[in-house]
Design a protein around this ligand. Structure first.
Ligand SMILES: C[S@@+](CC[C@H](N)C(=O)[O-])C[C@H]1O[C@@H](n2cnc3c(N)ncnc32)[C@H](O)[C@@H]1O
Length: 213
């Protein structure tokens, strides 16, 4: 279909907001592919998860802002598996891209074949295309987060960390309790780069206790 030069009201609001957003400007001037990069920067400035991680999984990685931050802040011999439904331009030697639905078991097997089961850090910024119905969006992202965490349990080393985006809405409490039990510490964290009007928040869980716990 040919673009007729007119935007819908919601597209126009989105474009206006992008133009005014300081993180969008910063991302352009500093060479990050997404404003989301600043959320991981804030998380890492506070919790220091990346520097010593040699094996990292980045779930929901396109267009690659978080992978850029992971590559910049990790050691030269770090391996990063970056997964998304969408392809994105390569990011140097450390980042190996897996293309497809993260919930697909065959894809998960390929990631494990590539990385092994000794990940130090699993991050998920995965988000479903939102429907605008708050509770449905909440339930859909909680489904994705549960899959990310189920996978993290298969690959995380003892002492490893897990970071994931959720949309607040009720179900996150049970999930958070599980993390509190299975990690040394678990916290909710709302980066400044996450829009204040958004229900988005991150869980940061550090010190995986492993299966025996
Ligand atoms: C907010 S964006 C991630 C931004 C990214 N962290 C960055 O800094 O560039 C969320 C991503 O989750 C991906 N996603 C959603 N559902 C997915 C699924 N089932 N499997 C893989 N990726 C998924 C979307 O395609 C989208 O690219």
């Amino acid at each position: 279909m040919k673009f007729d030069g007119k935007f819908s009201e919601s597209s126009r609001r989105w474009l206006d907001r992008q133009k005014r957003d300081p993180y969008v400007k910063k991302a352009v001037s500093e060479g990050y592919r997404s404003r989301a990069a600043y959320k991981l920067i804030e998380i890492d400035d506070k919790f220091h998860l990346i520097k010593n991680a040699k094996t990292i999984v980045d779930i929901g990685a396109a267009p690659g802002g978080w992978s850029q931050v992971l590559a910049e802040r990790s050691a030269a011999d770090t391996k990063i598996a970056a997964i998304d439904l969408l392809k994105f331009n390569p990011i140097g030697d450390k980042v190996h891209q897996f293309f497809g639905d993260f919930e697909n078991e065959d894809l998960q097997k390929k990631i494990v074949e590539y990385l092994g089961d000794n990940a130090n850090l699993v991050v998920s910024d995965m988000a479903p295309a939102t429907l605008g119905h708050r509770q449905s969006d909440h339930l859909r992202i909680m489904g994705l987060v549960e899959s990310a965490y189920f996978f993290a349990q298969q690959v995380l080393k003892k002492g490893g960390s897990f970071v994931a985006k959720i949309f607040q809405g009720g179900e996150e409490k049970n999930f958070f309790d599980k993390l509190k039990h299975e990690f040394q510490t678990a916290k909710f964290f709302k980066p400044k780069a996450s829009r204040s009007e958004s229900v988005e928040i991150y869980v940061v869980a550090i010190g995986y206790k492993g299966e025996s716990n």
